[in-house]
Ligand binder design. Structure first.
Ligand code: ADP
Ligand code: ADP
Length: 237
């Protein structure tokens, strides 16, 4: 599903983000990437949907090179990839439903979505996505009225409405309390299992990784220092 071939990323200021990464992630895996701050987790995740360009090597998604994709191909490929951030990235003043509907923009013309003219099916799909993360009843509330955990579930629903085949979650629980953290991780795990969505999650904490991952990848200074099943991951990975 996702393949890294000799991928390196050096930032314009010379900082090394990733060093010669080779990885294959199969469809349906729930991969957790662990590593301390600065290890390269974000850099790796952002490389997959080309939020930034890598400086060496190639990344393939679903058998196609995203590294070499032209603008049109890139837009098409990004449709399959849902992104979840630590800070939720919702439009605060919009309703929950409108935020989820924004996952549909890649399927329509800019003009249509600019005026919020989404077809009926999109609204149904979005409400159904909200149901999957148990916040259907919040659909018509402003996004900034929700708790952090609820907002993160809205961003998961947005990825579902997008009909993403891959979910990339960059520290999705870093700003949440322990209880909410579990709810959000449970949602991500359930969606991964029920819908076979390939899921990659960056986390700070190895304990949480061990509990949810089907595979753990440890990064340190831009290199893979561990890649294996959760039961083999020690505290040092
Ligand atoms: P993590 O997500 O594991 O905390 P990052 O991928 O954010 O790690 O960072 C990896 C390395 O790249 C760090 O040394 C970080 O300071 C550096 N880095 C990240 N973003 C940039 C940037 N935009 N410009 C320069 N260096 C960066
Ligand atoms: P996180 O810890 O959530 O990965 P950071 O605080 O490391 O985020 O980075 C926040 C922003 O600053 C990101 O856009 C990242 O690319 C950028 N950044 C991180 N490290 C550096 C750096 N050394 N030089 C320039 N920009 C950086």
């Amino acid at each position: 599903m996702i393949q890294f071939n000799n991928v390196s990323k050096t930032y314009p200021n010379g900082t090394i983000g990733l060093r010669n990464i080779n990885l294959t992630i199969e469809e349906g895996e729930l991969v957790v990437i662990v590593g301390s701050s600065g290890a390269g987790k974000s850099t790796l995740l952002r490389s997959i949907n080309r939020l930034h360009d890598i400086t060496d090597g190639e990344i393939q998604v679903d058998g196609k090179s995203i590294t070499r994709a032209n603008d049109r191909e890139l837009r098409r490929m990004r449709r399959d990839i849902g992104m979840i951030f630590q800070s939720f990235n919702l439009i605060k003043r919009n309703t929950v439903l409108n935020n989820v509907l924004s996952g549909r923009v890649a399927y329509h013309s800019t003009l249509r979505t600019m005026f919020g003219m989404f077809p009926r099916e999109d609204i149904e799909l979005s409400l159904h996505a909200l149901e999957r993360v148990n916040i259907r009843e919040k659909a018509y509330i402003r996004a900034d009225q929700l708790s952090g955990g609820q907002q993160q579930r809205v961003s998961i629903a947005r990825a579902l409405a997008q009909e993403a085949k891959i979910i990339l979650a960059d520290e999705p629980v870093a700003s949440l309390d322990p209880l909410t953290t579990r709810q959000v991780m449970d949602d991500l795990q359930r969606i991964n299992q029920d819908m076979k969505i390939t899921t990659i999650i960056n986390l700070h904490f190895i304990d949480l990784a061990r509990e949810y991952a089907t595979r753990i990848i440890g990064l340190r200074a831009g290199e893979v220092v561990f890649d294996g099943p959760p039961e083999e991951a020690t505290d040092e990975v």
